[in-house]
Design a protein around this ligand. Sequence first.
Ligand code: TXA
Ligand code: MG
Length: 337
Amino acid sequence: MPTFEELPPFLRNDAVGLARASDLLREGGIVALPTETVYGLAANALDEQAVRRIFAAKGRPLIDPLIVHVASLEEVGQIAELSPLLEKLVGHFWPGPLTVVLRKKENVPGLVTAGMGTVAVRLPAHPVMREVLRRSGCFLAAPSANPFGYVSPTCAQHVRDSLGHKVPWILDGGLCQHGLESTIIHLTEAAGVRLLRPGPVSPEALQDVLGVSVSVTHVAKTASSLAPGMLERHYSPRTQLILRCEGEAPVPPHTSGREAVVWLRRPDDAAGSETYGRARFWLSEDGSLEEAGRNVFALLRCLDNGDFTAVHMELTTGLGLGAAINDRLRRAAARGG
Ligand code: TXA
Ligand code: MG
């Protein structure tokens, strides 16, 4: 087994790197790739053996189905039943950070969908991912490129840090634009339109375009049949994470300096720096939720590599993108399960 130092260099976002990644995928390999949300760990979705490699590398249970990425709306019809609602969404949110769960067609292996009759599909916007989809000619199954249950990766180095030799091929496309995984909705008639995972596309924006209400499924303590991957505990750093509401007073001053304190926006009181010293962080300069969303996983990873005994973090108000940020933070802070 190669050591960490012997890993091949990152594949570059150039003609050679794109061709290599596409060849590897066509040949049944797994490659980590950038998307506009987080880095994904991709394989040919119609090649069961290749998909098995994703589960093995992540240590992901087989009951948790994968998202299939496609290059065009026409391709969706090859693996899933199209829905008139989906056609309304295209152009507004596709290509982009929205995943739709549709009735699947027979060619999609049961391994991809955890044996369910539905498949999750996304048309990503990231130019690198789109180019690899086009060159490889594959439908690409791709979960986030992190060990199961750990914090998602928002740059190539995160993938290497946490998956190491399990994924030697990582295509480096820089930092992810959103830093949070796609919004997932269930779009089969039986269930109506349901939000399964909050993300960059808000339920309000979906409702405006669809003209129907979007119901919200609460995160299950254990996997439910509609949303098998929505576990209460997920995205978990090793370091204890303690949440507080926006604007609530930060933790009592401590003396050890081994507890980090994270604000949503840069705190303007100079006194904070005396109290918390170098254990003082913020997700955004001015409280921008887009900036906070982009930084939250990276900061959790960074603090997890420090020698902090606990991290105290401020929740957002939960409005707009704040719902997705709070969802990730609550699951990252959950213990047990
Ligand atoms: O932004 C994203 O969605 C990223 C990038 C790489 O595209 N991918 C991602 O994949 O977040 P993953 O596997 O980490 O999360 C996918 C979620 C899981 O919770 C899974 O259970 C759910 O989607 N899912 C997949 N297929 C499903 C289905 N047929 N029905 C319900 N949930 C499904
Ligand atoms: Mg994930």
